[in-house]
Design a protein around this ligand. Structure first.
Ligand code: PGA
Length: 219
């Protein structure tokens, strides 16, 4: 498979004009890359306006009903979303999402036909999140100390975790940039990356994507 790069915009930007600008710059910069799969995950409100491979940063665990403020996986699927990030550490921390909630969201996403990406930082979270789920979902190993801190996990340490996660597709996330991205694929053995901060800077993100495309072409 081609390396998978997921851009997690988090709660940025604050206008549709900026979102379209960022999206179009990235789209233009990556249009000739054939050896990498790139998915943009903007905030919900921008999803209908960005036409290409898109994903969501979260979803609800039900299909529809009296759940004020929630966005269901079915809605996302019907909008053209392909992927959904579930259980990001920021949601575990600020929205108090538990492994049980995350497990319900994963099941709902799978039954709606979305491809979920389960974020974990420990094997315990992996086990609890996947309880009762036989399907091999995409896993993202994101050590919290590395998220948004500019202090990435060393490829050696990441490699150990990659080995311990016995899943076919595992992404690394946490302070990935154009300089260190290749290490996680080549040295640490990951199948892709989950990129936060660097995905908001088109120049940086395009450079990162090109570096991964280049090594993937050579393999
Ligand atoms: P970061 O975020 O690249 O800004 O560290 C990664 C993430 O939270 O998915």
């Amino acid at each position: 498979m081609k390396p998978l790069i997921i851009a997690n915009w988090k709660c940025h930007p604050t206008t549709l004009i900026e979102a379209k600008g960022l999206f179009n710059s990235v789209k233009k910069g990556i249009k000739d890359l054939k050896n990498v799969e790139i998915v943009i995950c903007p905030p919900f409100v921008f999803l209908p306006f960005l036409k290409s491979k898109i994903g969501s940063q979260d979803c609800f665990w039900g299909e529809s009903g009296a759940f004020t403020g929630e966005i269901s996986p079915k809605m996302l699927k019907n909008l053209g979303c392909e992927y959904v990030i579930i259980g990001h550490s920021e949601r575990r921390r600020y929205q108090k999402e538990t492994d049980e909630i995350i497990n319900k969201k994963l099941k709902a996403a799978i039954s709606s036909g979305l491809k979920p990406i389960l974020c974990i930082e420990s094997l315990a979270q992996l086990k609890k999140g996947l309880k009762g789920i036989a399907k091999k979902v995409i896993i993202a190993y994101e050590p919290v100390f590395a998220i948004g801190t500019g202090k990435p996990c060393s490829p050696e340490k990441a490699r150990k975790m990659r080995k311990a996660i016995k899943y076919p597709v595992v992404l690394y996330g946490g302070s990935v940039n154009s300089q260190n991205a290749v290490n996680y694929i080549k040295e640490a053995g990951f199948q892709g990356l989950l990129v936060g901060g660097a995905s908001l800077n088109p120049k940086e993100f395009i450079a990162l994507a090109k570096n991964i495309d280049f090594i993937s072409k050579k393999r």
